[in-house]
Design a binder for this molecule. Structure first.
Ligand code: FES
Length: 114
């Protein structure tokens, strides 16, 4: 059964913004960016697949995040790359909202080795 990580309160992530959930909490190989886009929450690996920028600092709109460094774009739902210069997808993670809590279900393929 996948881990369930209590990551934040809904009030911690205003619409159109994102926060970083550190890997020390999630147990993953990368920090996780937790996004809020128009009432929906999404979680991706925080590090851009192009040159290591923080996607949590990117521009969020229409289900997509645009990297703050070179404007590569990724689908918030599944991490698939949408535009150059990025060419590789980033991993996505499960998210559930439970009352005021946002719970992340880390992608099993991104769990850090003990
Ligand atoms: S670091 Fe993200 S597009 Fe270059």
């Amino acid at each position: 059964m996948p881990a369930r990580i209590l990551a934040a309160k809904v009030s911690d992530v205003p619409d159109g913004e994102a926060i970083v959930i550190p890997r020390a909490l999630t147990g993953t190989v990368d920090d996780i960016a937790l996004f809020h886009d128009s009432g929906e929450y999404f979680a991706l690996d925080n590090t851009c697949s192009h040159e290591l920028a923080s996607l949590a600092e990117g521009w969020i709109e229409g289900g997509v995040v645009e990297c703050p460094m070179h404007t590569g774009r990724f689908c918030l739902r599944d991490g698939k790359v949408q535009s150059a210069p990025a060419t590789e997808d980033v991993a996505s993670h499960g998210v559930e909202v439970d009352g005021d809590d946002i719970v992340i279900l880390p992608n099993p393929e991104r769990i850090a080795e003990p």
